[in-house]
Design a protein around this ligand. Structure first.
Ligand code: 5GP
Length: 178
């Protein structure tokens, strides 16, 4: 990318406030039964870490690696599991924790895959949602922020493996050369 430019879209403070609200909602919604957060690698790792600490009840964590995007910014339409869960989810309440729902291709594939493993329930928590780009319908139980169709990085989200460590969520665009 030529001369990449970053513009803060959602600040660190706004993110933390919203994550605390979602954690409180999840705490209210799951009064009993075991609860597993299934984080989608790599983008959701920071959201999972913050969300787990905002949920005030016992929670287990597992991670699944899925790749649906290549190194660029456009979807390849292909979904493949690059790292499977470590433990069985049979009979458990699970919340799939995703960084961003875009076309919905990744999540609809993952829901099908995990549904076959007979969890007690499945819900989705997505920090960001870009509903304009949806190709497959997905029901998101907990949404952090709804955003427009812009490419964002930070708070776990990357562009070609860069920018994951930014505290804010920023729009990445190509600046004018020179
Ligand atoms: P979907 O299958 O819903 O189209 O794609 C979801 C995945 O695409 C996300 O988990 C994320 O990895 C990637 N993605 C979609 N939009 C963005 C974006 O604006 N920024 C980044 N960094 N990744 C995105």
């Amino acid at each position: 990318m030529n001369n990449p430019q970053l513009r803060v879209l959602i600040s660190d403070v706004e993110i933390q406030k919203r994550v605390v609200e979602i954690g409180a909602q999840i705490t209210r919604d799951y009064k009993e039964g075991d609860l597993v957060l299934v984080g989608i690698l790599k983008g959701a790792f920071i959201f999972v870490a913050d969300l787990a600490r905002a949920i005030h009840r016992p929670v287990r964590m597992d991670f699944i690696g899925i790749s649906s995007y290549g190194k660029g910014k456009t979807t390849s339409g292909e979904v493949k599991v690059t790292k499977d869960l470590d433990a069985s989810i049979e009979g458990s309440n699970i919340i799939i924790v995703e960084d961003i729902v875009d076309t919905g291709v990744t999540l609809s594939y993952l829901i099908g895959l995990l549904h076959n493993r007979k969890p007690r329930s499945i819900r989705i928590a997505a920090l960001l949602d870009k509903p304009e780009r949806r190709l497959r319908p997905v029901q998101v139980g907990y949404t952090g922020f709804t955003i427009q169709d812009e490419f964002v990085v930070g708070y776990g989200l990357d562009f070609a493996e860069e920018y994951r460590g930014l505290k804010d969520i920023c729009v990445l665009s190509e600046g004018d050369a020179g």
